[in-house]
Design a protein around this ligand. Structure first.
Ligand SMILES: O=P(O)(O)OC[C@H](O)CO
Length: 835
């Protein structure tokens, strides 16, 4: 119960103070009207779920959003101003009754990979699941089955009251008794005792006591205090607060149905969400609780262990883990490692569901991050050692029309992250409650059997009994961010492959929001501005293409309305609407620093086009003066680029070869996009030509003539190539300048922060001179990824000490020529083919 009272009081206080004090400019009487109106809307909304279920479009979602938005608008505007504002709102333009017929089926995104988990793919999903529509859970009360006066008037209260209670077990005590934990304390003590000069027994006992005290303190800091009451109470508060700044929280009913089924399996559900916002955990637990699905224990970074909010999160299921472990000292901290492992195992044994972020922290660029393996390796170990028989992995994609966390401009410009504090959290909440963040979409991918996937990747090596536990021992030679690797080298490839597969799947199943589509088009097609009509036509085209690819789009309705709506959400800092010659012209703010934020929204779509962009850049690096290139050359150039960008994208599923993925993408460019003309190499003439060519070569040398790809010189094809090339060029530019700046460390090491700053100022110089084309190339994330790449290529080395990273060139590369060679290797793709 510790901490619960302070949280309850605090939330009560927040809930009371917000409508009473913080709404500026509205009279008290008006506020009372609002509160009454809110109640009426609540009651109305109680009756609405069926309509909401049929809601598969932005227009219908926004017609529901009207209720909450009207409440907000009424609070701050006079009647006259309100009418004006309403006229400019999308929901007014698109207001119509929800369809009476069955909803148009939405693509059920996030189905499990057929080649990796065929059995799971066929489970939990049927025709009905696929044909269910979307729902806005802010106005959904699935637990309420009665229709009495109380239930209608106090729908939120009724909902949380009726939601299933799980009686979450606390596992901290079990951890204290765990052998692994006790062993670690003892071993650490023995080590310390042996390292000291003191051989006194009393000294040993003193060391043991100290270690036990430290271990208990670590456990106290880590443990969750998940409680049904707090989850329900918070859920009630969220029903009240979320509509203040969100129009809708949209989920697919089919996915919820699958989750419910999965929950009945008796296996733990392991939720693996993409990490975009601090709101992610809250959203997932809110959705699960209200659908009577057991909420998970959540591995949260200890940076969130701040006064009051830290306790609140604990009560909602968070257990805190260290963000980073010192690569040298951290590995020696056997007590912490054992504690984390024991805690998670105890949770799994107590039938808790789990949730953690494979990416570690939140993405700063909008692109998915490469997975961190620490926590996942603990779960794999639990499977391999028989702690759990199996688990169902549930990748979760989350997308926000506008990020409530603000933007990451400061960090991308090389400034350090501002740590979370109570004050900053309060300030952020205050700001959020008074703004409009549009919609949130949460996609729960199809749950799949962990054991099945392990079997596929491990060709049947999974053990069914507890014998294997003895074989798996902690490997002190390895380290990873966000936890501790516990599996042996033998199983590391499994952790890596499964994690990468999950991130790949999540990225593919992320629903595209209106702001993503508009930012993407403006940044990559209409950087200098575009007439509203032309932008609308381009959006129509993009939507058609995405629909063909079975991507889900988080909006619908007329593209003109969608654009107006998303410009409003993105705000004038990112996109401006101007009148030029009496026409509406939309202009992106494509300069630093704002472009960094716009690029964040656009990057969700960039991920989908990554391979096409690689092909376009590769094509540009080849000699195509004769109007064609050889496919082998193109594929090789693509592989080189993918190698350069290996820390930026997961280009294909781990179960699929990269080369195959590239060839498939080329085929797609031939068949569906007509970028290359159809292959004529099978014509009689071509066959004859090939025979002659083969005779010219010595047959025994097994030379083969590569397929010729003739570039379609139609304007649209060339335009398309230019467009997709531009998607990844900012990254190539970033890597190119990072390589160029390595001359600054020839013969003299530099700290990471200083080196990043040097590179950013060089980028700004090049931008000023016009040699750097894209402002968004300035990104500390891609600079740091470039460092990782240069380390992998064994050019750069990094020395870690007390949270500082010192970079220097490897001895054989510590000269200007090596730096120049590295630059040339990347610049080939920055500047393209040059005679
Ligand atoms: O995105 P970060 O780095 O601020 O970290 C986010 C939280 O710690 C994740 O739990």
């Amino acid at each position: 119960m510790e901490g619960i009272m302070e949280i309850v009081l605090f939330i009560g206080f927040l809930y009371w103070i917000w409508p009473n004090l913080f709404i500026q400019g509205a009279s008290r009487a008006n506020k009372m009207v609002d509160i009454v109106t809110n109640r009426m809307f609540d009651a109305f909304n109680k009756l609405a779920p069926k309509e909401i279920q049929q809601n598969d479009s932005l227009s219908t979602i926004t017609s529901l959003k009207r209720f909450s938005s009207e409440q907000r608008t009424r609070k701050i505007l006079s009647r006259e101003a309100e009418t004006k504002a309403r006229e400019s709102q999308l929901y007014e333009i698109k207001e119509h009754l929800p369809p009476v017929s069955l909803p148009k089926a939405r693509p059920l995104v996030g189905l499990t990979c057929y080649s990796c988990a065929p059995v799971s793919r066929d489970s939990l999903v049927n025709k009905t699941t696929k044909h269910l529509g979307l729902k806005n859970i802010l106005y959904e009360y699935p637990a309420v089955t009665k229709n009495g006066f109380f239930h209608r008037t106090f729908a939120h209260l009724a909902q949380v009251y009726e939601a299933k209670t799980f009686g979450y077990k606390q596992v901290a005590n079990a951890v204290l008794q765990d052998d692994r934990f006790q062993d670690a304390i003892e071993k650490t003590t023995i080590q310390q005792f042996q390292d000291s000069d003191n051989s006194d027994d009393e000294y040993y006992m003193q060391l043991l006591k100290n270690n036990e005290r430290r271990a208990r303190k670590l456990l106290k800091d880590m443990r969750s205090t998940m409680s049904d009451f707090l989850l329900k109470f918070t859920s009630w508060v969220l029903y009240k607060l979320l509509p203040c700044f969100l129009g809708a929280v949209v989920v697919h009913s089919g996915q919820i149905k699958m989750l419910k089924e999965a929950g009945k399996s008796g296996l733990p559900l392991i939720f693996l969400p993409m990490h975009r916002s601090h709101l992610d955990y809250v959203m997932i637990s809110f959705i699960l609780l209200n659908n009577s699905i057991q909420c998970p224990l959540i591995a949260a970074g200890d940076n969130l262990r701040i006064p009051i909010f830290g306790s609140l999160l604990r009560g909602l299921g968070a257990f805190y883990i260290k963000r980073r472990i010192d690569p040298v000292m951290g590995q020696k901290d056997h007590v912490y490692k054992a504690l984390l492992q024991s805690y998670m195992n105890a949770g799994l044994k107590a039938k808790h569901n789990l949730e953690f972020f494979l990416e570690g922290g939140r993405t700063r660029t909008g692109k998915p991050l490469m997975p961190k393996y620490g926590i996942f390796s603990i779960v794999l170990d639990a499977l391999m050692n028989g702690t759990i028989e199996d688990a169902l992995l549930v990748p979760v994609s989350i997308n926000y029309e506008k990020l409530v966390d603000g933007n990451f401009i400061r960090e991308q410009l090389g400034q350090p992250k501002q740590m979370e504090t109570f004050g900053s959290a309060m300030k952020a909440i205050w700001h959020v409650l008074n703004s409009n963040y549009g919609m949130v979409r949460v996609d729960f991918n199809q749950p799949f059997s962990f054991r099945e996937l392990v079997k596929t990747f491990n060709t049947g090596k999974v053990q069914n009994n507890t014998q294997s536990v003895r074989k798996l021992r902690s490997n002190p030679s390895t380290t990873s961010l966000y936890g501790t690797d516990v599996v042996s080298d033998e199983y590391k490839h499994l952790v890596e492959k499964i994690s990468r597969h999950v991130i790949y799947d999540c990225a593919r199943s992320t629903t595209i929001m209106s702001t993503n589509a508009v930012a993407f088009l403006l940044l990559h097609k209409f950087r200098n501005g575009v007439r509203l009509e032309d932008l609308s036509a381009a959006l129509d085209e993009l939507r058609n293409e995405l629909e063909k690819q079975q991507k889900d789009i988080g909006f619908s309705g007329d593209s003109l309305d969608v654009i107006t709506y998303s410009i409003d959400i993105l705000g004038p800092g990112l996109v401006r609407k101007e009148k030029v010659n009496n026409e509406d012209v939309i202009k992106p703010i494509a300069q630093l620093p704002n472009v960094i934020e716009l690029n964040y929204y656009s990057n969700i779509l960039t991920t989908f086009y990554a391979l096409e962009s690689v092909i376009a850049i590769a094509l540009d690096s080849l000699d195509s003066r004769l109007g064609f290139v050889f496919q082998d050359d193109l594929v090789q150039a693509c592989l080189n680029i993918c190698d350069i960008l290996q820390y930026e994208f997961i280009f294909c599923k781990p179960c699929q070869g990269l080369e195959t993925a590239i060839i498939n993408c080329i085929e797609d460019l031939i068949i569906n996009k007509e970028i290359f003309l159809p292959d004529l190499t099978n014509s009689l003439e071509a066959q004859r030509g090939r025979r002659i060519a083969e005779q010219l070569f010595d047959e025994s040398s097994e030379q083969h003539v590569s397929k010729r790809l003739t570039i379609n010189d139609k304007e649209e094809s060339l335009e398309y190539l230019k467009f997709v090339k531009g998607l990844l060029m900012p990254l190539i530019e970033s890597y190119s300048v990072s390589a160029f700046c390595l001359d600054k460390i020839v013969g003299r090491p530099l700290l990471e922060n200083d080196l990043v700053r040097e590179i950013i100022s060089e980028m700004r110089l090049q931008l000023g001179a016009g040699s750097l084309v894209y402002d968004e190339s300035v990104s500390s994330d891609s600079i740091k990824n470039a460092f990782k790449l240069f380390q992998k290529w064994e050019i750069l080395e990094c020395h870690n000490q007390s949270k500082l990273r010192l970079y220097y060139l490897q001895e054989v590369h510590d000269d200007d020529q090596s730096v120049r060679d590295l630059c040339n290797k990347i610049d080939k793709y920055r500047y393209g083919f040059q005679v």
